[in-house]
Design a protein around this ligand. Structure first.
Ligand code: TXA
Ligand code: MG
Length: 319
């Protein structure tokens, strides 16, 4: 049976075909999407997000064959990863051809591609004859959105339409992977666990994430930051040191009540996927609460825990 194309998908397509931007649901985070082959559309994305032009965008498509139209070659390991994890929270850096405007990939010779695992996003992409450039739909440097409401709140007055999906199942951005001189390199830790990648192609190299002038410019140190001050460390000690302030807690699993105004846990059952799914929405809830500071801690560094800690550290850095 042919999948039914709902009226909301038709509407989203109409806006996109008119060179306008929409909010796009994906399983990682919501995107701010537009025609990735048109520099004037991509330029609007940078403007709406207030994003510097040196920070390249990810192109979203529905199949490897569609992506082949925009690249010069796909390395073997890329094919293996695509077969294993697409659609899913994996972004591949591939050598691009000149169908992709420089602005989309900040003039770099590679472009980033992803097939999102979200029924509405896929249904929409299949109706389009261009890939969608879509960064996370947040103002540059702020917490990424995991629901249509988050997008509405932050960018609702700047875009004509948000395609509504459910809450993003994965909750953190895709894992970004590139290939150089027979090496596979992880440029951004994300929703696909490195161990899963290594099961398919063997050992990979993870780029250190501390640089503020990185190869993947989205790795800027201060990122994902709430407007409230966020302290990362030992929660009980930080509570004691700040007991005159109104405190909000974001813990891995334990709840706190003494001297604390709001306490949120990332997971109730030691489930790292649940923790990832809750991360950005809990940070947002705390940022919007009547508190002075957010106190948080690193989660166990296993599985997606590494990607979660990466985001917590960046959120805790002030410029
Ligand atoms: O899960 C995701 O990846 C989400 C959803 C919407 O798909 N998108 C996302 O996009 O996180 P964004 O714009 O917030 O992050 C894109 C990052 C850039 O900051 C950069 O680090 C990396 O992808 N990137 C994109 N193109 C690149 C390129 N040609 N070379 C190196 N890094 C690139
Ligand atoms: Mg982002």
């Amino acid at each position: 049976m042919m999948a039914e194309i709902n009226s909301d998908i038709i509407k989203a397509k109409e806006y996109l075909d008119q060179d306008r931007l929409i909010g796009l649901p994906t399983e990682t985070v919501y995107g701010l999407a537009g025609n990735g082959l048109k520099a004037e559309v991509v330029s609007q994305i940078f403007e709406v997000k207030n994003r510097p032009h040196f920070d390249p965008l990810i192109l979203h498509s529905y199949s490897i064959d569609a992506i082949r139209e925009y690249v010069t070659e796909i390395p073997n390991n890329a094919i293996k990863l695509a077969d294993a994890f697409w659609p899913g929270p994996l972004t591949l850096l591939l050598d691009r051809n000149d169908k992709i405007p420089d602005l989309t990939c900040s003039g770099l010779k590679r472009a980033a591609f992803r097939i999102p695992n979200h029924p509405k996003a896929l249904a929409l992409l299949k109706t389009l004859d261009y890939p969608l450039a879509a960064p996370s739909a947040n103002p540059f440097g702020y917490i990424s959105p995991t629901s249509a409401q988050h997008v509405e709140k932050q960018l609702g007055d700047k875009i004509p339409y948000i395609l509504e999906g459910a809450i993003s199942e994965v909750g953190i951005e895709s894992t970004i992977v590139g290939f150089e001189d027979n090496e596979t390199i992880i440029y951004r830790l994300g929703g696909l666990d490195i161990q899963e990648i290594e099961k398919v192609i063997g050992k990979v190299k993870v780029l250190p994430h501390s640089s503020s002038e990185p190869d993947a410019p989205g790795m800027l140190k201060s990122h994902y930051a709430p407007t409230k001050n966020i302290l990362l460390g030992n929660i009980p000690e930080l509570i004691t040191a700040n007991k005159n302030k109104k405190i909000g807690i974001l813990s891995y699993s334990k709840l706190y009540d003494e001297n604390v105004k709001v306490s949120l846990q990332l997971t109730k059952s030691d489930d790292m996927h649940e923790a990832a799914k809750n991360l950005f929405s809990h940070l947002r809830t705390l940022d919007e609460s009547e508190i002075d500071i957010i106190i948080t801690e690193e989660v166990p560094s296993i599985g997606l825990g590494k990607a979660i800690n990466d985001r917590l550290r960046r959120a805790a850095v002030k410029d």
